[in-house]
Design a protein around this ligand. Structure first.
Ligand code: NAG
Ligand code: NAG
Ligand code: NAG
Ligand code: NAG
Ligand code: NAG
Ligand code: NAG
Length: 658
C-alpha cells in the first residue's frame, strides 16, 4: 500500500504537473469539451447560457477534463499550480432588477449535487456552506446582496470565496480607468453588456488577481481585487474548472460568450471579440451573431444608436438636472453621482465650502461641473460601518424617488470607500432655526412667513407619512432640519437618514435617533419611532415658530412647560414671540400654539395625524379643546417633565455611544 503511494508520487514527480490550455470563442461545435448541468445549455448561437429566466434554478458548465492543480514537481509539500483565465459574460435582466450572479469555480467534481439556487449560486447548500471539505475556489460576480448581509452586502459585487458563500475579499464591481489606474469606475454587472473578467493565480507568490472591464475598452491596468491566498490547502490534485450560476426569486439570464484558460504560468490566450456570439439584450430575438458583414453593419447600427441615445440623454439632462451626472451604463441606479463630479463641485471637499455640520456629517456647498447647478453635498463618514452602509444603496435609491415641494429633495448619492455622499437641492436661505434664533441684521421672520412655513412642513410630513408609496418616518423633525428656499417656503431635510444610519450600525440594539427636546416620551421607553413620534417633534417645531424660543434653553426652561403654563393661566398669547411685536393674526397664533400643545401631548393617542393637522391649519376642522393640558392636573404635567428628564438621560448616553 505504502509502496503504491510512493510509486504514484514518484511517477507524478517525473511527469510534473501537466499543463492545460484551451480557448472557447463561442461554444458551437464544442459541446464535447464542456459538461453542462441543470439549466445550462449551449445555444445554437454558440452562447453558453447558464440559467434562463426561471426562478430558483441553477446551471453549471465545466471543462470536460479535470485539470491537474497541484504541482508536485519538487519534494516539499505540493503547491497549487499557477493559472490564468479570462472569460466574457453577459447578465441579461428583465426590466427592473434581475437576480443573482455567476461564479468562476474550481471544484473537485464536475457535479455539485444538492447545491442550492439563490444566494448559493449553485455552488453550496445550507448544510455544506463553509465546510473545508468542499475544496471549492470561486470568484463570484453577484448582483444582489449576499447571504450574510454584513459580509456581502454590496449588491453589485465581485468576491473571492473559498468553500463558502462568505467572500474572503469583496469589492463593488468596478474597473480602473486606463489613464488613471487609481481611479475606479463602477460597473453594473447586470447591465446586459458584455463584461470581461480576468482571474490569475500565481502559485509562487500566492496572489489572486481579479480584474473586470467592459469589452472593447481594453484591459484595465489594475486588478479590482488582489488577495493573498494559498490555494494549496484548497485545491485537490484534479480539479474541474467552470462556471456556476443561479436565479432566485429574482431572475436573470447568465451567458458566457467566450473563455480561455491556461496553467503553468502562461497567460490565458487572448479572446478574439469578433468571434464571440452576443446575447440578445431584449431577449426577444435570439438570432445568432456571426463574424460577417451583417455583424459589422449591426455594430455600426449599434454605435449609431448609442450616439443617438447619448445625444438624446444630453438633451434631456439639460432640462432635467438630476440625471446630469450619469453615464449610460449607470442608468440602473439613476440617482448615482460620479465621485469626480462631486469632488470638483465642492473644490475637493475643502473646509471653506462647508455650509453646515449635522449629526451625520458635514454639508458642503457645491456647483456641479456638469450643469452648473448648485447642490448641497452631505458627507457621511462611516469608518466602522461602511460594510453596513453598503447595502443601502437600494434604500437611498428609493429615498431619491421622493419628490415634494416641501422636502429638500435628495438628488442622488455616491459611495466612496467609507464615505457616503448625499446630494441635495441647494436651499439658499439657511435653516429655520437660524432665522428664528440667530438674528442677522435684525431680520425677523414675519408671522405670515412663519405660518406659511409651518403649513408647508406639515404638507411635507404628510407626504412622507401617508402620500408616498411607503410610510417614511422622518425621526429628526426640528427647526434646524427645516430649510428656507428662495420663496421663503419651508422644506424639510434629512428624511430617512436616521433609519439609514440605524441600519448602518452593526449593533443589534435599536438606537434612538433624534434630538434632545424633540423626542416623544414613548420613544425613550420603547425606542420605537412612529409617525406619532414625528408628530410630537412637529408639535415642538410649531411651538418654536410661535414663541421664537428653543425647545430646551436651560435646565429650567422647557418650551412645552412654558406654553402649558401660559395656557393654564389663560394667557396663551403671552407665549408668542416678542420679536413679532404682536404683529400676528390672533386666530392663527392660537391655532399654532394650541396645535403645538396637542401634537406634543405626552400621550401618543391624543396626538393628531398629519392629515388632521393640515385640516386644522386650513380651518377645515376646529381644534379640539385640549382640557387635560389646560387643567392644572399635576399628573399630566409631571408626566411631561418626567419625559423631558428621561429624554435627556437617554440622548446623552446615545451621544456618548456615537
Ligand atoms: C474537445 O473534445 C474532443 C473530443 O472529446 C477532443 O478530441 C479535443 O481535444 C477537445 N478539444 C479541446 C480544446 O479540449
Ligand atoms: C429554463 O430552464 C429550466 C430548467 O432547465 C426549464 O425547466 C425551463 O423550461 C426553461 N425555461 C425556458 C423559458 O427556457
Ligand atoms: C511552494 O512554494 C514555496 C514558496 O512559495 C516554495 O518555497 C516551494 O518550493 C514551492 N513548492 C513547490 C513544490 O513548488
Ligand atoms: C449539500 O451538498 C452536498 C454536496 O454537494 C450534498 O452531498 C448534500 O446532500 C447536500 N445537502 C442537502 C441538504 O441538499
Ligand atoms: C496582481 O496584480 C499586482 C498589482 O497589479 C501585480 O503586481 C501582480 O503581478 C499580479 N499578479 C498576478 C498573478 O497577475
Ligand atoms: C510546477 O513547479 C515548477 C517548479 O516549481 C514550475 O517550473 C512549473 O511551471 C510548475 N507547474 C505548474 C503547472 O504550475
Amino acid at each position: 500500500m505504502a509502496s503504491t503511494i510512493y510509486l504514484l508520487l514518484f511517477l507524478s514527480m517525473i511527469v510534473g504537473a501537466q499543463s492545460v490550455e484551451f480557448t472557447f470563442e463561442g461554444f458551437n461545435g464544442r459541446e464535447k469539451n464542456l459538461t453542462t448541468h441543470s439549466a445550462s445549455i449551449i445555444m445554437s448561437s454558440g452562447l453558453l447560457r447558464l440559467t434562463n429566466k426561471t426562478r430558483n434554478v441553477v446551471g453549471q458548465a465545466f471543462y470536460y477534463k479535470p485539470i491537474q492543480m497541484l504541482n508536485t514537481s519538487s519534494n516539499s509539500s505540493p503547491n497549487a499550480s499557477s493559472f490564468s483565465t479570462t472569460f466574457v459574460f453577459q447578465i441579461v435582466s428583465p426590466k427592473g432588477k434581475g437576480g443573482f450572479g455567476l461564479a468562476f469555480t474550481l471544484a473537485p467534481s464536475n457535479q455539485l449535487p444538492g447545491a442550492e439556487s439563490g444566494h448559493y449560486l449553485g455552488l453550496f447548500n445550507s448544510s455544506n456552506d463553509g465546510n473545508i471539505l468542499n475544496n471549492i475556489f470561486a470568484v463570484e460576480f453577484d448582483t444582489v446582496n449576499g447571504l450574510n448581509d454584513n459580509a456581502d452586502s454590496e449588491g453589485n459585487h465581485v468576491g473571492i470565496n473559498i468553500n463558502s458563500m462568505f467572500s474572503r475579499s469583496m469589492e463593488a464591481a468596478a474597473y480602473s480607468e486606463t489613464d488613471h489606474p487609481n481611479r475606479f469606475r463602477d460597473l453594473m454587472l447586470d447591465s446586459g453588456k458584455p463584461i470581461q473578467a480576468w482571474i490569475e493565480y500565481d502559485g509562487a507568490t500566492k496572489l489572486v488577481n481579479v480584474t473586470i472591464g467592459l469589452v472593447g475598452k481594453g484591459r484595465p491596468s489594475r486588478p479590482l481585487i488582489t488577495d493573498s491566498v494559498d490555494l494549496s490547502a484548497v485545491v485537490r490534485d484534479n480539479m474541474y474548472a467552470g462556471f456556476s450560476s443561479s436565479t432566485g426569486e429574482k431572475v436573470s439570464s447568465h451567458y458566457i460568450l467566450g473563455w480561455s484558460f491556461s496553467t503553468e504560468g502562461e497567460a490565458a490566450p487572448l479572446l478574439n471579440y469578433a468571434r464571440l456570439p452576443e446575447a440578445p439584450i431584449s431577449e426577444k430575438t435570439s438570432s445568432p451573431f456571426r463574424p460577417s458583414v451583417i455583424a459589422i453593419v449591426a455594430s455600426l447600427c449599434g454605435v449609431a444608436a448609442i450616439l443617438f441615445a447619448v445625444l438624446f440623454f444630453r438633451a434631456v439632462y439639460m432640462k432635467w438636472p438630476r440625471f446630469e451626472a450619469l453615464e449610460d451604463w449607470e442608468l440602473d441606479c439613476p440617482h448615482r453621482f460620479r465621485y469626480q463630479d462631486l469632488h470638483t463641485a465642492t473644490k475637493g471637499f475643502i473646509n471653506s465650502e462647508i455650509i453646515g455640520v449635522g449629526g451625520f456629517g458635514a454639508v458642503y456647498r457645491g456647483r456641479l461641473p456638469t450643469n452648473g447647478n448648485d447642490v448641497a453635498v452631505k458627507k457621511i463618514s462611516t469608518p466602522n460601518s461602511s460594510q453596513g452602509l453598503r447595502g443601502f444603496t437600494a434604500e437611498i435609491e428609493s429615498l431619491g424617488r421622493l419628490r415634494h415641494k416641501n422636502l429638500v429633495n435628495l438628488q442622488g448619492w455616491c459611495k466612496r470607500n467609507n464615505d457616503l455622499l448625499l446630494v441635495y437641492d441647494f436651499i439658499p436661505n439657511g435653516s429655520l432655526a437660524d432665522l428664528l434664533f440667530n438674528r442677522r441684521n435684525n431680520f425677523v421672520l414675519s408671522w405670515e412667513q412663519r405660518f406659511n412655513i409651518v403649513k408647508g412642513i406639515a404638507a411635507g410630513l404628510l407626504y412622507l407619512h401617508e402620500e408616498w408609496e411607503k410610510v417614511v418616518i422622518h425621526r429628526d423633525v426640528k427647526s434646524s432640519n427645516v430649510l428656507i428656499d428662495a420663496e421663503m417656503n419651508g422644506r424639510l431635510g434629512d428624511f430617512g437618514l436616521a433609519r439609514l444610519y440605524d441600519h448602518g450600525t452593526t449593533s443589534h440594539t435599536t438606537k434612538i435617533v433624534g434630538t434632545i427636546g424633540y423626542l416623544a416620551p414613548e420613544l425613550t421607553r420603547t425606542g420605537q419611532a412612529s409617525t406619532s413620534s414625528d408628530v410630537y417633534a412637529f408639535g415642538i417645531l410649531l411651538l418654536e415658530v410661535a414663541c421664537g424660543r428653543k425647545p430646551v434653553e436651560t435646565s429650567d426652561f422647557i418650551l412645552t412647560d412654558f406654553v402649558v403654563e401660559s395656557h393654564q393661566m389663560g394667557r396663551l398669547l403671552d407665549a408668542a414671540d416678542p420679536k413679532l411685536n404682536s404683529a400676528f393674526v390672533i386666530k392663527e397664533m392660537e391655532v399654532v400654539l394650541g396645535l403645538g400643545l396637542l401634537c406634543s401631548h405626552p400621550n401618543p393617542k391624543t396626538r393628531p395625524t398629519m392629515r388632521e393637522v393640515i385640516r386644522y391649519l386650513n380651518w377645515e376642522d376646529k381644534l379640539p379643546v385640549i382640557d387635560d393640558l389646560g387643567s392644572s392636573d399635576s399628573l399630566s404635567r409631571s408626566k411631561r417633565f418626567m419625559g423631558a428628564v428621561s429624554i435627556e438621560m437617554i440622548t446623552s448616553s446615545i451621544d456618548a455611544g456615537r
